[in-house]
Design a protein around this ligand. Structure first.
Ligand code: SF4
Ligand code: SF4
Length: 164
């Protein structure tokens, strides 16, 4: 049986289909599977941005009303919304298992920003950028991980919620 976590729901379609350039270095696709190490959900302070759809979906998954969910887990930053962090800068949904791993409590419905990782522009600039990021993300160097085709990678990279 695969040790990879369950696949999450598909990314919401927003805007036109992604532009595909078959000359990019990752044109043959890339492998990735989150190992639940938790590295990308902790560390220095940051923002996990939330869309309205993210908040509605996660509230439903947690069986909370929208208001209860936002009161408990969400902060307002200017005109935008982000998940709260714990005092050690862990994401509010990062759940250490006590054995050195830390899973996401809402993995199947996590925010789009999280679901587009690791197919972010900064990681895809070059093979060395990918390798650099894989230094702290073991899921990017898992040779048994599922393969993602170019159209999926570009859908993630060009998604409005994917950092540029
Ligand atoms: S750093 Fe990579 S492997 Fe670790 S939790 Fe994040 S996505 Fe998963
Ligand atoms: S929502 Fe889940 S995947 Fe996203 S930062 Fe928080 S713990 Fe990590």
């Amino acid at each position: 049986m695969s040790s990879h976590p369950p696949r999450s729901i598909p990314l919401p379609v927003s805007g036109p289909p992604p532009e595909i350039d078959t000359t990019v270095w990752y044109a043959d696709g890339l492998q990735f599977a989150c190992t639940q190490c938790g590295n990308c959900c902790t560390g220095s302070p940051g923002y996990v941005w939330l869309t309205l759809e993210d908040m509605e979906r996660i509230a439903g998954y947690l069986r909370l009303s929208f208001d209860d969910f936002t009161r408990t887990y969400v902060r307002r930053v200017g005109e935008r919304f982000a998940l709260l962090e714990k005092s050690n800068y862990d994401c509010t949904f990062l759940q250490p298992d006590g054995k050195g791993k830390a899973g996401c409590r809402i993995y199947p419905v996590r925010p789009v920003q999280c679901r587009t990782w690791p197919f972010w522009t900064e990681n895809l600039k070059s093979t060395s950028a990918w390798e650099r990021a894989s230094g702290t993300c073991p899921g990017m160097r898992d040779k048994s991980a599922p393969h993602y085709a170019l159209d999926h990678i570009e859908t993630c990279r060009q998604h409005p919620e994917s950092p540029r």
